[in-house]
Design a protein around this ligand. Structure first.
Ligand SMILES: Nc1nc2c(ncn2[C@@H]2O[C@H](COP(=O)(O)OP(=O)(O)OP(=O)(O)O)[C@@H](O)[C@H]2O)c(=O)[nH]1
Ligand SMILES: [Mg+2]
Length: 486
């Protein structure tokens, strides 16, 4: 990892896949001069601007229309003059522009170098840099949200508050030490004790939060969904080994949702059964079928009763929708004995669900006798398909094992994004807490000099979290995990 901040660096900031837009980032003191040596239009150098210019690619390409976003002062991501050149997302063009910039005085950036510069110029602290990495690597909404919270200063701000308060306390104590012979004190012992104790509490809260972030596994729910009578409740009972859910041949048996625990090798996750929502209705927008006698409680010819039953259907459907949204994994159950036309509707419904919900598996039910039906609709190659029979206990173990394997990898990934920060910071914060405890002890049994010494150690430990105090090892370990252009 290079530490110089005086060269001007450049890199392709977008992915390698073909896309409509691609971007090249350039940053460093010569940014404007390099661009100006290539582009004839005059850039404004006092404030951030966006302009459309002709960029000369040379023979045989000619000129390329490029949008230039220019931050000509230190008020940029890296804290140095920077620009982004946006163009068609074609790798040949991007490489060409990059090599032209390189021959005009810019150096190709190393992985993470832009963010490293943001850190070195004080634009970001280390936890925020880690959050950038977290956001880049996030593979689901939740990881992205955690990374963004961290970027917004979730951890940095409380740490900064403790640090400021301890610096003031240390200044007061040290001022007193200068006048120790005159017996002048700038702060009472009670005040010192109170401020140390406040800091101890604040740091303990942060340690607790971090240990939750690093190791706690958010509840990852697995939801059974599908059309009425698909065999969802039967599957829930068969998988858990308990007759928790009511099973009936009548469609629309489950109205509410039902949450239970699926256990495997000493671990457990939430498994949720939901009310069936007809694929036919969902796909075609057909009106709901006449309410059943059981649900209506009387003749369905009575409009008020019909309305109220439909409301129950709507409520059940709403419950199912909210459970689906909250779920991390959906098991879409399809009755394997359905005829071709209904299977086609089911498959379309399944594919639509996959569009909104990446982790949706297809579970064929009632497969004790029939072979797997032909899906009648082409499914993506990545579709995970399971064959089950709740009646004859077919495929239950395989499904359970696969759910738990998926769960392990999900949980590991979730904690990885923020875990790096958590592990690094926790050690430093424990160190800070130890020094604070010593300082509090010294206040009663030692003297102000020892208290001041321990406070200095505390500040050093806190400083290493946000990067006010850092070692090359920490920075190397962090920034080498970035990709080029970030
Ligand atoms: N042959 C056979 N029948 C099954 C199997 N699983 C469920 N069934 C039958 O299918 C019917 C519906 O089962 P449920 O488990 O209540 O279906 P559901 O999807 O929960 O239905 P709703 O709650 O109405 O949405 C019942 O008559 C079950 O006995 C199975 O593996 N084999
Ligand atoms: Mg049911």
């Amino acid at each position: 990892m290079r530490w110089d901040t005086q060269t001007t660096i450049c890199a392709i900031a977008t992915g390698t896949a073909a896309s409509t837009r691609g971007a090249i980032r350039i940053s460093g003191p010569d940014t404007v001069a390099i661009l100006q040596s290539l582009i004839s239009s005059q850039f404004v150098t006092t404030k951030a601007t966006r302009s459309t210019v002709s960029f000369p690619l040379g023979e045989p390409f000619g000129d390329l229309v490029v949008d230039v976003w220019l931050w000509p002062t230190h008020r940029s991501y890296t804290g140095a003059p920077s620009a982004e050149l946006h163009m068609v997302g074609n790798q040949i063009l991007l490489n060409r522009v990059l090599s032209i910039l390189a021959t005009h005085g810019a150096r190709i950036a190393e992985p993470g170098e832009f963010t490293l510069r943001a850190f070195l110029s004080g634009r970001m602290d280390l936890t925020q840099c880690e959050a950038v990495l977290g956001a880049i690597n996030a593979t689901n909404d939740r990881q992205f949200e955690v990374a963004l919270n961290q970027l917004a200063g979730g951890l940095s701000q409380p740490l900064r508050n403790v640090r400021t308060s301890l610096i003031e306390l240390l200044a007061d104590l040290e001022a007193g030490l200068d006048f120790v012979d005159e017996d002048i004190s700038f702060i009472s012992v009670e005040e010192v004790a109170a401020r140390i104790e406040d800091a101890q509490i604040a740091i303990q809260v942060l340690i607790d939060q971090l240990s939750q972030r690093g190791s706690s596994r958010e509840v990852i729910g697995v939801v059974l969904t599908g059309s009425p009578n698909a065999g969802k409740s039967s599957l829930l009972n068969a998988l858990t080994g308990n007759a928790t859910a009511i099973v009936h041949s009548q469609a629309g048996t489950t109205r509410d949702y039902l949450k239970t625990e699926l256990k495997f090798n000493g671990r457990s996750i939430d498994l949720v059964d939901t009310a069936g929502v007809s694929a036919a209705e969902r796909e075609t927008g057909l009106t709901k079928p006449e309410p059943t006698a059981r649900a209506a409680g009387a003749s369905s010819k009575d409009p008020t009763l019909r309305a109220s039953t439909n409301n129950i259907d709507d409520l059940a459907e709403g419950m199912t929708a909210s459970q689906r949204e909250a779920a991390r994994l959906l098991l879409y159950c399809v009755d394997s004995t359905l005829n071709d036309s209904r299977l086609r509707t089911e498959m379309n419904s399944y594919l639509n669900l996959c569009r909104d919900h990446a982790d949706t598996w297809l579970v064929w039910t009632k497969c004790e006798s029939s072979n797997l039906p032909s899906p009648t609709v082409e499914l993506p190659e990545t579709t995970r398909v399971f064959r089950t029979s709740s009646r004859d206990a077919v495929g239950l173990r395989e499904l359970t094992e696969t759910i738990f394997n998926w769960y392990d990898s999900e949980a590991a990934e979730s904690s990885m994004v923020v875990g790096a920060t958590a592990i690094r910071c926790q050690a430093s914060l424990q160190e800070a807490l130890r020094a604070l405890t010593n300082a509090r002890h010294a206040l009663d049994h030692g003297g102000d000099e020892i208290v001041a010494g321990e406070l200095r150690l505390t500040l050093e430990a806190i400083g290493s979290v946000a990067g006010e105090v850092y070692t090359d090892d920490i920075l190397d370990a962090l920034f080498s995990r970035f990709c080029i252009g970030k």
